[in-house]
Design a protein around this ligand. Sequence first.
Ligand code: FAD
Length: 307
Amino acid sequence: MGARPPLSSFGIWMLGPALLKYGNDAQKKEHLPKIAAGEIRWCQGYSEPNAGSDLASLQTRAESDGDDFVITGSKIWTSYANYADWIFCLVRTDPTAKKHDGISFILFDMTSKGVTTKPILLISGYSPFCETFFDGVRVPKSHVVGTVNRGWDVAKYLLQHERAMISGMGERGVGRPLGQIAADSVGTDALGRLDDAMLRGQIASFDVDEAALAACAERAVDLAKAGQAHPAFSSAMKYYGTELNKRRYEILMSAGGVDALEWESERSRQGARPRAWLRTKANSIEGGTSEVMLGIVAKRILDLPGA
Ligand SMILES: Cc1cc2nc3c(=O)[nH]c(=O)nc-3n(C[C@H](O)[C@H](O)[C@H](O)COP(=O)(O)OP(=O)(O)OC[C@H]3O[C@@H](n4cnc5c(N)ncnc54)[C@H](O)[C@@H]3O)c2cc1C
């Protein structure tokens, strides 16, 4: 009891696979054991105030100075940056190149001189992410993962893993089947069915879609193991998994009626359900929005003509 959860998301799910593919031996030796042991808490410096969906427009610049890069700029929505030990960060190393070509992927210590973070408070009452500022942060060039100016390849590869991880929200569930939780609020009829026909229909349809997602996830894992996974399939999974998770919480909220909105009592565990419901709204934004995922599926999987 009371033990913190394993540090799985940024390290094991995201940076780890990118280092395995693009890192050099020294970087693997330095970081992979710490990632596996959960010793280092990482954060992700991708988004900027004017570079979210259009990530390649990022402006944080890294200027060459001897053996170092000097990094200046700012990031936004950097989850847990205020707790992180290290950051993996996208920086512009060649401002004259086409936007996808002048980006590098670099790792540095969050205690480096010139790094500051400022938490952002959300509607749910939590503050899981920050604005992150870099003011002349000096980072050795040896901390670039992959080739200088080819960081976009590393960034995209990491995003595939991030999206696969986030899609798992669709399968996670809430401990008990939705039908049972709903029965606590709306009761059951003489046949033992939920005493609300509309809710019953919504839950049945949800259950079928959840089973379909689980089957797709199993297929995706098998394809990945066989080396046949389509690189954009994680975008389809991310879209479906996060939209499904939002539906799950909409159902839970309608099943609970006004009680489900209780925000601050012991009984409601300090509003655990409505806070979780509000948090799901971000699922279809983080790691790339649903609209952007649909665009990727249309272009890269279905091969539809662009607009
Ligand atoms: C909970 C959470 C955690 C996050 N954590 C991190 C983190 O740790 N590190 C990090 O770097 N970032 C993080 N982000 C940021 C996230 O990656 C961005 O919010 C996301 O990529 C969208 O960018 P944006 O917010 O700038 O929205 P915008 O790109 O401005 O999009 C605004 C709207 O326009 C739509 N839109 C934009 N472009 C297109 C298009 N081409 N086609 C169709 N519609 C389009 C979008 O779908 C959206 O509805 C996090 C976000 C959230 C919500």
